[in-house]
Design a protein around this ligand. Structure first.
Ligand code: SAH
Ligand code: SF4
Ligand code: F3S
Length: 447
């Protein structure tokens, strides 16, 4: 009988995108998809290591899943992704894992080996492959879009990261930075468009350092060039990208974003901190002034652009003054949206080796709360200034709260909810904003 497989994904969009690659590799070998973990013969957990609580969530889930072994002694439980890469074979040591059993450990560059590893497990061995590659981009694999709304899709354009921000585990779990062949990216984007998708997000840890050299004709593809090529597929195909690093945010890229109506006017530009001394300890390779210079460039070249960020509260040695510089940066930029975190020390990172994690938990929490409260005000203010404006909204589906309403996004990546006049996912509708909360815009369709 055909074996059923269930994949559960944690972490960033790149991990979700990888799970689609895993699904593609596995289903080609005759395994079929299970609707839920309870129905599966094989369960893969694609994991994240970015903060301690991300790993804790996975440990709790692995523990919960152990009870399925009672009725299914042959159940295969595999840990994939960043935790697999960080913890390697220690995940297989039942005494280190509090008695939990894991059968497979597979790092992010080893997914082509999954069918073989599954055979190894079926023959009674434990299976491990955590080899990182400097070439693997899964360029030729067509991901199975299993959790998609049929309107927006993600395309990985590069893998890995070599920036070595001192707090970050990603360079250790994802390996060397490498860019995918643009031909395969464009082929995938065209196919998605033909299938009805209307929005593509180009993914990478640092997309604006995308670089691919075509040896045949000696041309170099930079990120602005790639994005133009994707935008030219069709004017009704929206293009987004994430994430960009402030040090590589060039005017050339901003000009391309400004020039194409279908390239969305939303830039995620993680600041991490507003203090140049903290940024130096983080090895972010820019100062507060450099960052503000890039914000000024965005405002000048793309006036209607939304700007969002990531902030870390309580990094090693952060003084109250340094924290206040983050607060003042946020007020200065007036972010539309932010992801905000408490610093979490990750084993093996440069910060873990070099700087004590010396900000008391209570102070970290207070600083984070101050940052969150401020961002809530800024998000509300940003949404209030949209009242009365008309936006083009790409419909994604029914609103979560009501069947009579549909939900979609504007170019600025803000969620807009409005009455359903028989719209279908993928429709573009002109919507006038009439009301808002800090999270959502509410509007009315206009002719
Ligand atoms: N490549 C992206 C970010 C990837 S990780 C970039 O450089 O912008 C996503 C976010 O998690 C980071 O921007 C950072 O804000 C946060 N993060 C990473 N490591 C962290 C840690 N050790 N503790 C707390 N937050 C962390
Ligand atoms: Fe981590 Fe920095 Fe790379 Fe982002 S750029 S993934 S924060 S090392
Ligand atoms: Fe997490 Fe790995 Fe992404 S650590 S944030 S899943 S690259």
């Amino acid at each position: 009988m055909e074996k059923k497989i269930y994949i559960e994904t944690y972490g960033c969009q790149m991990n979700f995108s990888d799970s689609e690659i895993v699904a593609s590799i596995i289903t080609e070998k005759g395994y079929s998809a299970a609707e839920k973990a309870d129905d599966a013969d094989i369960i893969f957990i694609n994991t994240c290591s970015i903060r301690e609580n991300a790993e804790q969530k996975v440990f709790n889930r692995l523990k919960q899943l152990q009870h399925l072994r009672k009725n299914k002694p042959d159940l295969v439980l595999g840990v994939l992704g960043c935790m697999a890469e960080r913890m390697k074979t220690s995940l297989l040591e039942e005494d280190q894992m509090g008695g939990m059993r894991v059968d497979m450990v597979v790092g992010p560059d080893a997914y082509r080996d999954l069918p073989q590893l599954l055979l190894d497990v079926e023959s009674g061995q434990k299976a491990v492959n955590v080899i990182l590659s400097s070439e693997e981009t899964y360029a030729d694999i067509s991901p199975v879009r299993y959790a998609s709304n049929g309107v927006s899709a993600f395309i990985s354009i590069m893998r890995g990261c070599e920036n070595f921000c001192t707090y970050c585990v990603v360079p250790f779990t994802r390996g060397k930075e490498r860019s995918r062949d643009p031909k395969t990216i464009l082929r995938e984007a065209r196919l998605l468009f033909q299938q009805g998708y209307r929005e593509i997000t180009l993914l990478g840890q640092n997309v604006n350092s995308y670089r691919f050299r075509e040896d045949q004709n000696d041309t170099i593809w930079s990120f602005p060039v790639l994005m133009m090529a994707v935008a030219e597929i069709d004017s009704s195909l929206r293009v987004r990208f994430a994430t960009s690093h402030p040090k590589d945010m060039s005017d050339e890229l901003l000009e391309v974003i400004a020039a194409f109506p279908n390239i969305c006017k939303a830039i995620h530009l993680p600041a991490q901190s507003g203090s140049s001394t903290v940024l130096r300890r983080m090895n972010r390779k820019y100062t507060r002034e450099d960052y503000l210079d890039r914000i000024e460039a965005i405002r000048r070249i793309i006036p209607e652009c939304a700007i969002s960020t990531d902030i870390i509260a309580g990094f090693c040695g952060e003084t109250e003054d340094e924290h206040q510089e983050t607060i003042s940066l946020m007020k200065n930029v007036e972010y539309d949206f932010a992801y905000m975190f408490k610093y979490s020390e990750r084993p093996g990172t440069l910060a873990a080796k070099k700087y004590p994690d010396d900000i008391p938990e209570k102070v970290k929490s207070q600083r984070l709360q101050e940052i969150i409260n401020l961002q809530n005000e800024l998000s509300l203010k940003s949404n209030q200034t949209d009242i009365g404006k008309v936006f083009e909204v790409l419909v994604e589906g029914k609103s979560r709260k009501s069947d009579k309403r549909v939900s979609g996004r504007n170019s600025q990546n803000k969620v807009v909810v409005f009455d359903d006049n028989g719209y279908k996912p993928g429709d573009y509708v002109q919507v006038k904003v009439v009301e808002c909360s800090s999270a959502t815009l509410k509007g009315m369709a206009v002719k």
